[in-house]
Design a protein around this ligand. Structure first.
Ligand SMILES: Cc1cc2nc3c(=O)[nH]c(=O)nc-3n(C[C@H](O)[C@H](O)[C@H](O)COP(=O)(O)OP(=O)(O)OC[C@H]3O[C@@H](n4cnc5c(N)ncnc54)[C@H](O)[C@@H]3O)c2cc1C
Length: 472
C-alpha cells in the first residue's frame, strides 16, 4: 500500500442513505468537486418518503437536476453499512465503512474508505405492543406504506390505522389512493393541539397537505377517532378485528367505551425513532429530541461531535422530507468546504433559516403528539413485547421488580428482549418505557448501541480482515 491511506479508487465522501437527505448531500458535495459514493440498503434510491418500485423513474431531490453531477456519483444500492470506524487517525483522518450485500448476497462484504462521512440513515417506526399484535395482519404504518409504494401491494382488504401523529393520515391516504379500504384512523392524542401551530403549519407549507388528507378521509367516509386507542387485536391465525376504547389525556382507557371494529389488518405507529447506530459506533454525541427519542447532535454545519462525520435528515431528529433535503444540502456543502472546495450553494443563509424554521415546527409538532403511558395498562403478562425472541410482558416486569433491572439494556441481558433479528428496533421503546428509568439519554443510548448494525456472517468478516492485512 502507498503512504497515502486513501488511493485513487477511494472516495472523498461516503454518504450512508439515499433518501432525501443523503441524495441532497451527495449532490451538493459532488457539485462542489468531491468524489462521492452513496451506500443504501434499499434496491433503489428514494428512502422512505420517495420509496418507489424498482422500474420507476430514478429519484432526484428538488433542485438537484444536473445529470452531469449525478453521473459522477457512485450509488451502491441493496448494500447495508453494518459498521463504521476511524481507520487512520493521522492528519488525514480516514474512515472505514464496512458493508454487506442484501439478503441474497450476505457474504458480499466490503470495506470502503473515505475522508468524510455523511450519515443520512433516516428513521424507523415506533410501534407499541398490545395484546394480539403478534398476529399476522399487524404491521407498522411504514411497513404498509412500503408495500404500497415499493411493490404496489395493498396491506389488506380492510385496514385500521392506529397510533399517533400526522403520519397516520399519510398512511390512510396511501391505502385509499391505492384503492384499499380504511375502517378507521385511531389517534391516541387530540390533534386540536395543532390549532396553536396553525400559522407555523402554513409557513412550512404543510397546511395544504393536511387539508388534502382530511378531505380524502371525509370523501371516503373514514372515521377519524381522536383520543382513542386499540386495546386488543382479535383473531386465531390472522387479524379479524380490533377493540378500541376512548382514552383520557394519559391514554388510560375509559371504562365502558370499548367497541369492536372488523378488520383484517392493523397498522401501528407512534411516531418514529431516528436511526443512530452508526454515529453511536463512532462515539458521536446523541441527544433526546423533542419526541423523547434519540437523535444525533449536529452543529450549524450539520457536523457531529466527531471530526469529519456529518449527519442530515431524520437521523438528527424526525422533521419531514423537506427539512431532510435542506439538511442534506447544507451537510454536503460543509463537507465540500472542509475539503477546500467552494460551497456549491447559492444562498446558504436562506437555507439555514428555512432549516431552523422547519426544525422548530417539527419540535412543536412532536409536543402536540406526545407519547403517554396509559398503553401499559393493556399489557397482560402473556402479551408478547419482543416479537423476535418472544419475550412476554410478565418476564420483563419480573426482571424489573424481582431482579432489579432499571433500564432496557439490563432487561435485554436478563430476558433476551431486543436480542433478536431486529436488534430491538421494534421493542426497545416499549421496554424502555416499562423501566423505572425511562426516556433518559443514557438508558436509550445503552439500549440502542449496536456494534454491528445488522447480522453479518463471521466467516465473511474474517475473510475481509485477512485480505486487508495481506494488502497492507
Ligand atoms: C417508515 C416511514 C414512513 C414515512 N412516510 C412518510 C410519509 O408518508 N410522508 C411524510 O411526509 N413523511 C414520511 N416519513 C418521514 C419521511 O420519510 C422523512 O421525512 C424523509 O424520508 C426523511 O429523509 P431521510 O433522507 O432523512 O431518511 P429516509 O428517507 O428514511 O432515508 C434513509 C435511507 O437510509 C438507508 N439506510 C438506513 N440505514 C442504513 C445502513 N445502515 N446502511 C445503508 N443504508 C441505510 C435506508 O435504506 C433509507 O433509504 C416516513 C418515515 C418513515 C420512517
Amino acid at each position: 500500500m502507498s503512504g497515502d491511506p486513501l488511493d485513487a479508487t477511494e472516495r472523498d465522501v461516503v454518504v450512508v442513505g439515499a433518501g432525501a437527505a443523503g441524495m441532497s448531500a451527495a449532490y451538493a458535495a459532488a457539485r462542489a468537486g468531491c468524489t462521492v459514493t452513496i451506500i443504501d440498503a434499499n434496491p433503489v434510491a428514494g428512502g422512505q418518503y420517495h420509496r418507489r418500485r424498482i422500474d420507476a423513474a430514478t429519484y432526484r431531490p428538488r433542485g438537484c437536476d444536473d445529470e452531469a453531477v449525478w453521473r459522477r456519483i457512485h450509488i451502491e444500492s441493496a448494500t447495508t453499512v453494518y459498521a463504521v470506524e476511524i481507520i487512520d487517525h493521522g492528519t488525514q483522518r480516514i474512515f472505514g465503512v464496512r458493508t454487506r450485500g442484501d439478503d441474497r448476497h450476505r457474504r458480499d462484504v466490503d470495506l470502503v474508505r473515505a475522508r468524510r462521512l455523511i450519515i443520512a440513515t433516516g428513521a424507523y417506526d415506533r410501534p407499541l405492543p398490545v395484546p394480539g399484535w403478534d398476529l399476522p395482519g399487524v404491521m407498522t404504518g411504514g411497513g404498509a406504506q412500503a408495500l404500497i409504494k415499493g411493490s404496489g401491494v395493498l396491506p389488506g382488504n380492510r385496514v385500521v390505522v392506529a397510533g399517533t401523529g400526522p403520519f397516520l393520515l399519510a398512511v390512510a391516504q396511501a391505502i385509499l389512493e391505492a384503492g384499499g379500504s380504511v375502517a378507521a384512523v385511531v389517534e391516541a392524542n387530540d390533534p386540536v393541539a395543532l390549532r396553536r401551530h396553525r400559522s407555523a403549519l402554513t409557513n412550512v407549507g404543510k397546511a395544504g397537505e393536511l387539508a388534502r388528507f382530511i378531505t380524502s378521509l371525509t370523501r371516503h367516509r373514514v372515521p377519524y377517532l381522536r383520543r382513542h386507542r386499540v386495546t386488543r387485536v382479535h383473531g386465531d391465525t390472522t387479524v379479524t378485528g380490533v377493540t378500541l376504547a376512548r382514552v383520557d389525556a394519559s391514554w388510560h382507557a375509559t371504562p365502558g367505551t370499548d367497541r369492536f371494529i372488523e378488520a383484517d389488518t392493523l397498522t401501528l405507529g407512534y411516531g418514529f425513532t431516528a436511526q443512530t447506530d452508526l454515529p453511536a459506533q463512532l462515539g458521536c454525541t446523541l441527544q433526546v429530541s423533542a419526541d423523547e427519542g434519540l437523535a444525533v447532535t449536529v452543529d450549524d454545519d450539520q457536523a457531529t461531535s466527531v471530526t469529519g462525520v456529518y449527519a442530515a435528515g431524520e437521523s438528527t431528529g424526525v422533521g419531514g422530507v423537506d427539512l431532510a433535503g435542506i439538511e442534506g444540502l447544507l451537510a454536503g456543502a460543509a463537507v465540500a468546504r472542509s475539503l477546500d472546495h467552494p460551497s456549491p450553494l447559492r444562498d446558504e443563509p436562506a437555507l439555514r433559516r428555512s432549516r431552523d424554521r422547519m426544525r422548530a415546527f417539527a419540535d412543536a409538532l412532536a409536543t402536540a403528539f406526545p407519547l403517554r403511558s396509559g398503553w401499559r395498562d393493556d399489557l397482560e403478562d402473556d402479551t408478547v413485547v419482543c416479537r423476535c425472541e418472544e419475550v412476554p410482558a410478565g418476564r420483563i416486569r419480573n426482571a424489573i421488580t424481582e431482579l432489579g433491572a432499571h433500564d432496557a439494556r439490563t432487561v435485554k441481558l436478563l430476558t433476551r428482549a431486543g436480542m433478536g433479528w431486529c436488534q430491538g428496533r421494534v421493542c426497545s421503546l416499549a421496554v424502555d418505557r416499562l423501566c423505572p428509568r425511562s426516556a433518559t439519554l443514557d438508558g436509550q443510548a445503552r439500549a440502542a448501541t449496536r456494534p454491528v448494525a445488522i447480522p453479518v456472517p463471521l466467516g465473511a468478516v474474517a475473510d475481509i480482515n485477512l485480505q486487508s492485512r495481506r494488502e497492507s
